[in-house]
Design a protein around this ligand. Structure first.
Ligand SMILES: Nc1nc2c(ncn2[C@@H]2O[C@H](COP(=O)(O)OP(=O)(O)OP(=O)(O)O)[C@@H](O)[C@H]2O)c(=O)[nH]1
Ligand SMILES: [Mg+2]
Length: 315
């Protein structure tokens, strides 16, 4: 059985066993630092979905350092690479949210009167499942958590959320399929404020019935939230499917332009050998990854810790 205490490492199993395993193999022991080593390293990083420009930047940085510090063996290169990777991931962790993961505490209280998390992403990336995972974390911390079914695109989406809500003990506010997402959100906010709920997580659609642009719809939802709860949404979480590779970055940019994404939930990390994508996200989007999805179950989630991530890649 997997050790539940190390979900991040578990989620990286495939990535570690493939491309990063080869990188670790390339950089073990006291091998010589040759030109061939750098091009092989570059090739493996690109295969692991680190992205071409991010790979080139990483390798250049390590290579320059190796020359400067007269690093002569592969073990030294490995150390320098890990440090460069960590720096890259930490660079994106601008003003980490005091609230998201771990859950609020006395020193990190929830925003009053209601902590609002808006979750966005294209269809099928794992939004609803990831919301269930977040709701479960907040419920387990004893917080009154409500989920709004603002993805009204299909009936099954609403039912799916209701099933998850029941399972994790979160109230689900929903309207009929095809309803106005703004109206669902308005209702959910009113209901939360009336009963003094503490956390509201909003599921949104990845596509719409109408030709009306998804981004315009999201902006509208955001305005509805801000009008009811000044300062909200406190977090806009973009869910990215780790298995979709570099395409996901282009999609992500559209969302970041429309709704000021504050954090990434990298879902389905367990389903890919290309976990190097995290580096491309950090460098090219400059948005911190907050969580990773490590399976389909509600507990298959881990907070993203750059140090642990880099360690687990080479473990
Ligand atoms: N292996 C794995 N599967 C996941 C993970 N997160 C979600 N999934 C699966 O991905 C599929 C889509 O998940 P949903 O949560 O329905 O995705 P969505 O973005 O809400 O999809 P739409 O509502 O259709 O836009 C489901 O089969 C989930 O079980 C994860 O971290 N790991
Ligand atoms: Mg969904």
């Amino acid at each position: 059985m997997f050790r539940r205490s190390r979900p991040l490492e578990q989620g990286l199993t495939w990535t570690r066993q493939s491309f990063f395993g080869k990188i670790a193999g390339l950089l073990t022991g006291t091998g010589q630092v040759t030109d061939g080593l750098w091009s092989e390293l570059e090739r493996l990083l690109i295969q692991a979905d680190v992205g071409v420009s991010t790979t080139v930047e990483l390798v250049e940085k390590v290579r320059a350092r190796a020359a400067r510090e007269k690093i002569r063996d592969t073990a030294g290169v490995k150390q320098a690479l890990q440090e460069a990777m960590l720096e890259l991931l930490q660079g994106a962790a601008i003003s980490p949210s005091p609230i998201l993961y771990p859950v609020p505490s006395a020193s990190h209280p929830l925003p009053a009167p209601l902590y609002v998390i808006l979750v966005v992403g294209v269809n099928g990336v794992g939004k609803t499942t990831s919301i269930a995972k977040l709701a479960n974390i907040y419920r387990r911390a004893g917080l009154d958590t409500v989920v709004a079914a603002a993805d009204t695109f299909r009936a099954a989406a609403i039912e799916q959320l209701q099933v998850w809500g029941q399972r994790v003990g979160a109230t689900v506010i929903a309207h009929q399929p095809g309803a106005d997402p703004g109206a669902v959100v308005f209702d959910a906010l009113q209901s939360c404020l009336a009963r003094k709920a503490q956390v509201l997580i909003i599921d949104t659609a990845g596509r719409l019935h109408t030709k009306y642009s998804l981004m315009e719809e999201l902006k509208k939802v955001k305005r509805v939230i801000a009008k009811q709860v000044p300062g909200a949404p406190h977090e806009v979480i973009l869910v990215i499917d780790a298995t979709t590779g570099q395409n996901a970055l282009a999609q992500a940019r559209q969302f970041t332009q429309a709704v000021e994404v504050s954090g990434i939930f990298l879902a389905k990390l367990d389903g890919t050998a290309r976990g190097g994508m995290a580096f491309a996200i950090a460098r090219e989007l400059g948005i911190p990854i907050r969580y990773v999805g490590t399976g389909e179950a509600v507990d298959d989630v881990a907070g993203f810790d750059p140090q642990e991530f880099v360690r687990a890649l080479f473990a």
